[in-house]
Write a protein that binds this ligand. Structure first.
Ligand SMILES: Cc1ncc(COP(=O)(O)O)c(C=O)c1O
Length: 377
């Protein structure tokens, strides 16, 4: 794979060494083009080419299906990860005394929707990390006879710890509880096959590792989990005969499509589709290998420079996110200093967070390590 040639697909590389895909990723050139083409079409022609847009949206659904190895009909387009989590949190038939298990260090998107169930008598249990990782035994210990669902991130946003979804899905089956995955920090850069790994629900907006814009995300629901969910947020497009506006027939679509209540974010979905096509052409396995190689290099160089690598770098724990401690540094100041040097990183939980994608280079990492070590004047 010629990763250097791939940089032409990323306009951001002209100006920045960009290492913040765990926040908001830069668009690929082809995603930008897809968005501007759609905008020009809408401006020039109004809805005249609407059929083409509908067709393109369905093609992108097909790409999403390929990404997850799912039936495309089991994937709905949502506006963000939070919408997907909310659909499940509000839709499950809770009984007072039920509980949900999650991690203490989850991103707030995966905390508040469950806390919001307190009014229905549902408790949220938050499992603490130890030594930068979540332990299966700790999660197992938090589950009891009233646990209905485990909700975890594919990759933890601050530490970069990659949860073992196979083991967790196995645990959920063993305990007969549901499994929700907030996949936004892994999808696009780490493989996830929902036929192999039996997650029940998954959500991810497209604006991180999938290299799409904000506001166009994916929500997967395993087919046998559709009916038990009370369908919140239903609209004209939720029913089987959605395009027949003069007939009212309240027969909901028998799949994830029922949660696409109305008009979709066509601009966002077509742009997401363009990036998704690129990622699938490159191959998610090849992208994963490349990103892990880059982050291994980053960790080695960081340690050589005297920084502490907080992220667990056991081979099965690694992800595209590396959390670093720079001794004696004011973290925010260092992040700003790097920005002044043309290098984009971020900070989370009081540590430096670096999140490269497959088009980044070792030269860029060398520049980053040098800038991070400089005391801003
Ligand atoms: C783990 C995780 N979930 C969700 C989000 C964002 O949620 P949403 O797509 O609803 O904006 C982030 C953003 O940083 C995240 O790190």
């Amino acid at each position: 794979m010629d990763w250097t040639a791939l940089r032409a697909e990323f306009p951001v590389t002209r100006r920045w060494a960009f290492f913040d895909h765990a926040a908001v990723a830069p668009l690929t050139a082809r995603a930008q083009q897809a968005m501007t083409d759609w905008a020009a079409d809408l401006a020039d022609n109004g809805l005249v080419h609407e059929r083409r847009w509908v067709q393109r949206v369905e093609e992108v659904r097909g790409l999403a299906g390929r990404l997850l190895n799912a039936d495309p009909l089991d994937v709905a387009f949502v506006k963000n990860t939070s919408e997907g989590i909310g659909i499940v949190a509000e839709g499950l038939p809770w009984q007072p005394g039920d509980n949900v298990v999650t991690a203490a260090e989850e991103y707030p998107a995966n905390i508040y929707p469950w806390l919001n169930l307190a009014r229905r008598g549902v408790e949220l249990r938050r499992v603490e990390s130890r030594a930068g990782r979540l332990w299966l035994d700790d999660i197992r210990a938090a589950i009891d006879g009233r646990t209905r669902l485990l909700s975890l991130s594919f990759v933890e946003f601050a530490s970069g710890f990659r949860n073992d979804l196979d083991a967790l899905a196995g645990l959920c089956r063993e305990k007969d509880i549901l499994f929700f995955v907030d996949a936004i920090q892994g999808l696009g850069v780490l493989p996830l096959d929902v036929r192999r790994t039996p997650v029940d629900f998954l959500a991810a907006d497209g604006h991180k590792w999938l290299l799409g814009p904000e506001g166009a995300g994916l929500f997967y629901v395993r087919r046998e989990r559709v009916e038990p969910l009370y369908p919140v947020g239903i609209g004209w497009n939720s029913v089987v005969g959605a395009r027949n506006f003069s007939v009212i027939d309240f027969t909901l679509k028998p799949h994830a499509g029922r949660w696409e209540s109305g008009s979709l974010n066509v601009a966002g979905i077509t742009a997401l589709g363009a990036s998704l096509g690129l990622l699938l052409d490159l191959g998610i396995d090849a992208i994963a290998a490349r990103v892990l190689e880059l982050t291994d290099y980053l960790c080695a160089q960081a340690q050589r420079a005297g920084f502490e690598v907080y992220s667990s770098r056991r081979s099965e724990d690694r992800s595209g996110i590396v959390s670093l401690i720079v001794p004696g540094a004011d973290v925010r100041q260092r992040v700003r200093h790097c920005r002044d040097r043309g290098i984009v990183i971020n900070q989370r939980a009081g540590r430096v967070r670096v999140s490269p994608h497959c088009y980044n280079s070792t030269e860029e990492i060398d520049r980053l390590i040098a800038a991070l070590g400089e005391q801003p004047g």
